[in-house]
Design a protein around this ligand. Structure first.
Ligand code: ZN
Length: 197
């Protein structure tokens, strides 16, 4: 398993490409679809796009890439309204409203040979999720290295975030986290150094 990272957009958000057995899953296509496409080899097959939540700085390239690769796009249903309203996803100038038909997560989803476990971790947004595959956890804006996401935006909740962090605190410390912003970490490091956990 390989994880390729691109840092894109106004808020320096991470787009991740998960690559294994010639199949690619795009997690949070931020913006600049051509730059994301350039990181995918011609012989590799994109089997899906997964979103950690509906904020504009995580979804800007969804429509272009879903059309290009003709693949499904998954999101938690609680964040659907964010993808349909520029005010709720905070895309002031670009006015992002996704046109792609979105699929909603189950607890487990299958894409190509990948089987993902989806953890609903509300707080930053009502439909924030952490996406688990093998020893990797893509945490979006729920959990950062030594910090957590803000809860003062539309339908954010510090109470819900606390509950979600309790759920993460039970996970295997060997897990590597890939947050929506800044660098990766391990849960072991976070259990020791993250004041919110
Ligand atoms: Zn966010």
């Amino acid at each position: 398993m390989e994880v390729r990272t691109l840092v894109l957009g106004l808020f320096q958000t991470n787009t991740y490409l998960l690559v294994e057995e010639g199949e690619v899953v795009i997690i949070d296509p931020v913006s600049k679809p051509d730059r994301i496409q350039a990181k995918i080899m011609e012989e590799e097959k994109v089997v899906g796009i997964l979103l950690t939540h509906g904020h504009f700085d995580h979804i800007g390239a969804v429509d272009d890439l879903a059309e290009l690769y003709q693949c499904p796009v998954y999101l938690h249903y609680e964040d659907y309204e964010l993808t349909q309203d520029p005010q709720k996803n905070y895309s002031q100038t670009k006015k992002i409203k996704l046109k792609t038909k979105l699929s909603f997560y189950d607890d487990q989803i299958q894409l190509g040979h990948y089987r993902f476990t989806i953890h609903h971790t509300a707080g930053h947004t009502p439909g924030s999720v952490c996406i688990e595959y093998k020893d990797a956890l893509f945490t979006g804006d729920t959990l950062f290295k030594e910090s957590v996401g803000r809860t003062d935006l539309y339908r954010g909740s510090s109470q819900e975030l606390k509950q979600s962090l309790r759920q993460i605190a039970k996970m295997d410390p060997d897990i590597i986290i890939y947050p929506g912003h800044e660098e990766q970490s391990t849960l072991a490091h976070e259990f020791k150094n993250n004041p919110y956990l």
